[in-house]
Each structure stands twice: as structure tokens, then as C-alpha cells.
Unconditional design. Sequence first.
Length: 367
Amino acid sequence: MPHLPQEPLNREPDIAHLTSTFLTPTKAAYDRNHGLQPHLDASTHRVRVDGAVKTTLELSIADLQNDFAQHEVVCALQCAGNRRHTMRTKIKEVQGIDWSDAAVMNCKWRGPRLSDILERAGITLTAEEQETAHVAFACYAAPCQEDTWYGSSTPLSRALRRDADIILALEMNDEPLTVGHGYPVRVVTPGIAGARAVKWLDRITVQTRESDNFYMQHDYKVLPEDAVDAESAKPYWHTVPPVQEMPVNSTIVSPAQGSTVERDADGCMTIEGYALPSGDNGPVVKVEVSADGGESWTDAELLHHKGEGKWSWKLWRAKLALPAGSTRTIYSRATDAAGNTQPKQSQWNLRGVCYNGYGEAADLTIK
């Protein structure tokens, strides 16, 4: 018999391979799971739409494919813990998987808009109730480490926005979803933490409150700095909001930290990386690099690709003229269309989420 996994699959790819293409190949996309992957039959799978709706829906995959207009969006999804290793090593210890800078994917997704499905179901909440209501997503097919099901939610106001581009994805990079990425259907929530992009989706509920799932209420929150362990965090879990939008970010892919860098004939070194906008404030409009601790900055070239938009990452390249024999630390910082810019260092928090301090390649030897 084949060996069956006993632990959830959590894996990030080699970052140089990840950023070698604008669209992340499915096999190169990171894996984040809180339980074992279910193997579902698309022919019998249903997504139930219920809660504060006029009509409860039981949608098959064929219904999702044929009864609604299909919408395509290119967006980056990232784990809320992306760059946790940097927070852990530059500030102090945190809880959670030691993600480096590659817990992110930039893919093309296709499926019906969530707003069209909610319109079909009809919302019964008053305008006042809708202001604070949520749309909850759930997968009951895969028990998790900390709960019997996986769930999340996002504000109803955002779910109803067509320009928010939230879809029930049936395809990833022009192919049906793989099991690892949510087959046969997952939510894709552009600009929002990947934890809200529920895989193997089987329930959508319109409700007056956030999802009460463990991973919405007791994880993926930027707790205050005085929450330093499980006990001191207890008072905050029910008062601090869950992470929704991710902050503007960038990271340096090349050169790697601690490496020796060969300059070109002009005495310049090449620096490359990726950048991400804040929430729905994209696209990234500027990336800068610095080799003097942030005293001066040089604009990087933003590389352009077919299909890019406000939700996608930006790959970038820069050149700096530096003397041979020096030891340097290079920083990067990104700015998006709303003017959000990376800080040098972001707030420490117990779960190590939403780190967006300057991208950094330290201890470089210049030849």
C-alpha cells in the first residue's frame, strides 16, 4: 500500500525558482495546510449557500461552470506568515512555521464571481446589518489540527463588490485545480491573506458575524506586543480583529544573504526581487533599493508582464555601483498606488504574521 501522510503538508519552494516566472507554476506554489488533504469527487461535490439569504443554493461544479459567467483574475496569494523567519531572527522569537520569503504564489485563477452567486441567492439583511455582516467560507471535508473543520470569513461589503474580484476558483493557470490547491473548488480572495482563501469549499454562509472557526478567532491576528505567550495572549483573541488585507511588501531574491557578488564590467551589481501591494491598493508603483542603510535610495526597474494588474506581484530588477572588497547590506522597499510604503521594521507579534519590514540581503561581499 502507498505511504499515506500523517501530518499536514506545509512547504515553500526555492525562492529563485519561484520568481523565475511571472505566473507561478502550480507545482512551484507553496503549500499551507492545517489538516490532511481530502480527495473529493467533483461529480458529486456541492457548495451550499445559506444563512441570511432568500434562497438556499446547492451548487454542483457543473452549476458553477455553466450557470454563472466565468471571471479570470491574476493575483498573488500569500500566507499571513510569509517572512516570519525574518521577524523571528531580526526581532525576537515567535510562534509558527518558520516561513522564509517564498510562502506566496502569483497565479491566474478562473471561476464565477462570489458577488454573482450571492446575487442569485439574495441577501435578506438590512442595509444597516450588511455594514458589519460577513460571508463565511467553510470546508467540512477535512478535519484540522485545532478544529473539526476549516473556515474563514470576509466582510459582506467586500464580497458584494464586483471589483473586489473574489471568485470561486475552478481553474489555476488554465488547468483544473489540483488536490493540493483545493480541487474541485476554492475561494480566491485577492489582496486578502491566503488563510481566508478556503480550499475544498463546501459551504458559504451569509451571517451577521465573523466566522467562529479556530483559525479565524485564535490565529492569524496581529496581537499587541505585550502578548508574549499563550497565557498573556488570551485576553486579546476576542478583541483583536483577524488579519484580512496583507500589507505592502518586497523581498530581495538575488543576491542571497551572505553571498559573494560579482560586479559587471561597469562596476555594478544586479539586485532582483518581488513586491506586493497592500490589500486592494495595488498595483505596486515603485520599488527602491539602498546600500547605505536607507540613507539614499535608487529606483528599481519594474518588469512588465502580460496579465499583471492591481492584485498581482511585481518582479523587479535594480543595479547599484559599489566598490569591490566592501561588505554590504542591501535593502528594498516597495510603494503601492495608494502610497503605502514598507517600514524598516514592522511590529512584532506573537504569531509572527504580516511582517513587511524592508527586504534585506545582508553580509554581501562585493568583488
